[in-house]
Design a protein around this ligand. Structure first.
Ligand code: ADP
Ligand code: MG
Length: 528
């Protein structure tokens, strides 16, 4: 009817009309004769074949679009013969086909094949319409992969969380018992072995939690030179013997407050990138030095505040970074490597920001790359630095309210504090704790609470206490926190990560108590 008439007016007479339509298609349209030789392919066929029409005209499909793998080729050949018989018998079919073009590209085609008939209705061959689904498949695979990674992360994080509670108990009692033995006794050495093994186990759970992004941020006041020195062996192993690693050690360095594991992560990520950028042999130079960051430098580093910083620098003699790569450097998943993840520099950047610092990159193609990580200097007094190796002397006579749903862990905590001279009250969740506070807030000096608990969790308790008992200090403890928990709630302030050893815990609590004068009224005065 009228429609076809219209089409004819636009593109010409009937033969040309259909030729035009078929040749404009994105989809591959291919015809074979009764013996299976290719007699027609539209322009889209050339794209999928990776070659021009003359190259595959008159060939069999499997002769041209064959996979490199001989086993797959054989399979394709057999299937093609079988399908051909079906086509000639009048059957249509849809299937997925993996082909490799002459350009070496592998593609996935979704094929819909039907018998080809002459004007009298006689079957004279086959016609196939194929869609290139390679890209869609790839996206599906990526989605599948990231879902898998997330599931693995969640599983690992869950296991690590339960393990943390168990390890807290093992580690806690082992440390407590250790101090009852003289170091010459046999049991002392045995207990020490338990302590060391549980310390290593804690290290493992921490790694699992980092993988699942549930790691607790554990800042400590450290000397960066020591963190670098502790990592040098690992770095040398990573870069291989053709790359020389040097560390420029200064006489002295201001202290910084950092999470050592995360700083080590920075060093390893940067070292791996340096290794990848160095063709055969070369050098990686690491340094840590103090630097004053003025206003203009502060903006260039990415909006950090002005002041004293310690700069951790890693310089390589590699290929350098071209301008178009530089633009995207810190984007997660941006990579120029065939097996890269694109997570190295984005993690470095994230960690630096986490420490109120920044990253600066200086690079020239052919001349190597220098990456500087700026970490703010922490003002500390001598006394604070020396107080760390003081175990168990952090005793006290105050009353601590212990809020923890895991009975075993709660019992351990009670014993730790009682042994150090404290008085304790107990609660199994946030609601119980609030009830206890309503009755005897004036007798309690500090609340130590787990984060994840039934009924009312640690965060809920903290918020309720800010309302009703604003002058009563609370410390939270947890083996893992979800991102939502930490954001904007200032949890790093009074936070202790499980598993902890009794001396660490007692010391944190002692410090916290010493910062809070005892005489303040703890209840909010009622408005009268
Ligand atoms: P990945 O290493 O997985 O590619 P990264 O986030 O670590 O991901 O790095 C992103 C990109 O930045 C790299 O693919 C590379 O092109 C470039 N790059 C990073 N570090 C260097 C370096 N030291 N020298 C040259 N190019 C680098
Ligand atoms: Mg990398």
């Amino acid at each position: 009817g009228g429609r076809l008439q219209g089409l004819k007016e636009i593109v010409g007479d009937t033969e040309a009309t259909f030729r035009n339509v078929v040749e404009s298609l994105q989809e591959v349209v291919m015809c074979c004769d009764a013996d299976g030789y290719i007699i027609y392919g539209n322009p889209a066929t050339e794209r999928v074949a990776g070659a021009s029409w003359e190259n595959f005209a008159g060939k069999r499909i499997y002769e041209f679009f064959h996979p490199a793998d001989p086993k797959k080729l054989n399979e394709l050949k057999n299937r093609q013969h079988k399908r051909y018989a079906e086509r000639l018998g009048g059957e249509s079919e849809s299937y997925e086909l993996e082909v490799e073009g002459k350009d070496g590209e592998t593609r996935w085609l979704s094929v819909s094949a039907s018998p080809l008939r002459d004007p009298d209705g006689e079957i004279v061959g086959s016609i196939g319409v194929c869609t290139d689904t390679s890209e869609r498949r790839e996206l599906q695979q990526q989605l599948h992969w990231s879902q898998k990674m997330e599931a693995v992360g969640r599983l690992a994080g869950g296991v690590a969380h339960d393990f943390n509670n168990l390890l807290t108990v093992i580690r806690g009692y082992a440390h407590m018992m250790l101090k009852d033995f003289d170091h010459k006794q046999l049991h002392y050495r045995r207990l020490q072995a338990i302590c060391e093994a549980s310390d290593s186990a804690c290290h493992l759970t921490q790694q699992l939690l980092t993988l699942s992004k549930r790691a607790v941020f554990q800042p400590k006041i450290v000397d960066l030179r020591e963190v670098v020195e502790d990592s040098l062996g690992l770095i040398e192993g990573l870069v291989g013997s053709d790359i020389e690693v040097e560390f420029e050690r200064l006489e002295a360095l201001p202290s910084v407050e950092v999470d050592e594991n995360q700083i080590q992560q920075i060093l390893l990520n940067l070292a791996i990138n340096a290794r990848d950028a160095i063709q055969k042999s070369g050098r990686v130079s690491i340094s840590a030095s103090p630097q004053y960051v003025n206003k203009s430098l502060a903006t260039r580093i990415g909006g950090v505040s002005q002041g004293e910083y310690v700069v951790l620098r890693l310089k390589d003699t590699g290929s350098g970074i071209p301008a178009d790569v530089m633009e995207h450097l810190f984007e997660p998943f941006f990579t120029t490597k065939s097996h890269g993840t694109g997570l190295g520099l984005s993690t470095v950047y994230g960690i630096a920001r986490n420490h109120a610092g920044g990253v600066f990159v200086d690079s020239e193609v052919g001349k190597g790359t220098t990456i500087s990580v700026y970490l703010p200097v922490t003002e500390i007094t001598e006394v604070e630095l020396e107080s760390s190796p003081l175990p168990f002397s952090a005793s006290g006579r105050e009353t601590i309210l212990i809020v923890e749903d895991e009975k075993e862990v709660r019992l351990l905590l009670v014993e730790i504090f009682q042994e150090a001279g404290y008085r304790v009250a107990e609660a199994g969740d946030g609601l119980e704790a609030l009830g206890c506070l309503k009755r005897e807030a004036d007798d309690i000096n500090l609340v130590l609470s787990d984060v994840s608990m039934p009924n009312l969790d640690g965060i809920g308790l903290l918020e309720a206490m800010r309302q009703d008992f604003p002058n009563l200090p609370i410390m939270l403890m947890s083996g893992c926190v979800s991102e939502g928990d930490v954001s904007g709630k200032g949890m790093t302030l009074d936070f202790i990560a499980k598993p902890f050893s009794p001396p660490e815990l007692l010391e944190k609590v002692r410090k916290k108590l010493d910062h809070f004068p005892l005489s303040q009224p703890k209840r909010k005065r009622a408005n009268q």
